[in-house]
Design a protein around this ligand. Sequence first.
Ligand code: ACO
Length: 401
Amino acid sequence: AIDIKTLRAASNVITLDPGYKNTGSCESAITFLDGEKGVLRYRGYAIEDLAEKASFLEVCYLLIFGELPTKEQLSKFHKDIKEQSIVDEDMKRILDGFPKSAHPMGVLASLTNALVAFNPSSVNVDSEEDMYKAIVKILGKFPVLVAWTMRKKMSLPLNYGDTSLGYIENIHKMMFQKPNEEYKVDRAVIEALDKLLILHADHEQNCSTSTVRIVGSSHSGLFASLSAGIAALWGPLHGGANQAVIEMLEAIKADGGDTSKYILKAKDKDDSFRLMGFGHRVYKNFDPRARIIKKAADEVLGELGIEDPVLDIAKGLEKVALEDEYFKSRNLYPNVDFYSGIIYRALGIPTDMFTVMFALGRLPGWIAQWKEMRLRKEPIGRPRQVYTGYTLRSFKTMSDR
Ligand code: ACO
């Protein structure tokens, strides 16, 4: 057997694994995932327990610092975040420059990167203390960017939060408060949001998290790495699936609600259509988050007294797919995004903001992974390739081409 050092020294020996289907990029102690059994744990705690018993801010602390916080630790963490919940006024002018039609994910990625310009010290993180400062800064400012991104879309004036409120309630208020109206929110809405964000908080080395780690590995700073992660999350094969699922369900509804027609389309290899919200690179069993979200969708819609016909279409689609040989043989099950959009919609969040909500939930995971990568002093991420182009060619002058 060749040891890894000898293998690395032999620069012409390359393993080829497009999409990194079996290649680990790092060692990590943050999130445990058993795709065969459908198990997900943050720092050893079952996702089912965290979704039921913890708050999103506790989960942030757990992911980033490795332990559930004591009351004192949580209150200091929250206080430090609240002190960072103002962004530079010039950021408003950047937001103003975007057309109203801009996709919120593009706006959010740009604003997150722009934060670097106004917080240059956040890039130099030579100590854990520096890291802590950058972390509470982004946890304070990111919700403002999320709220402003949505408010711009909805032509609402830009505002700041209310630091007397809990982390999630404050975010909700920043997003939804209307001018000259008293802010009121149903407790069920805040609880549903808390739960959804916990379920999205980390998922080991997925596309956006790997992006955050690889960008951060060049020491370009937390905020720039997060901005790259947001761009990676945007795509419909990753976080953008939550928007794509609702659009698909709406299209099925408009087409008469015939789910079997869409199952046939998804199975047709000549058709690029895929059943959005189905399938996962790692889960070859039920995504445990989908199970929790499906139940939550029933509860939230019930508590808010909302009847959404697309929930029935989603359930029908799931039932047909789970009994279909194509989906069974490929272990394709609903993933986290299949039912999440139905809840976001019930909470009054516009469809093109769904992936922004995912980013808000994934923020602590990205931060924890970036921190781990820096503390472990991981080398710069630099995959190799197997070259398939021309060997040496003689240069042709313009007249000979
Ligand atoms: N609908 C129809 N067929 C599918 C689907 C689907 N949603 N997903 C996978 N398949 C099929 C593929 O066509 C392939 O079939 P084949 O073996 O006959 O060629 C087989 O299942 C394996 O699929 P791959 O694309 O090789 O699996 P991969 O791990 O590369 O992709 C992914 C995983 C991107 C999630 C894929 O299942 C997909 O596109 N799903 C729909 C988009 C989605 O819901 N994304 C969100 C994922 S969760 C998240 O990122 C938060």
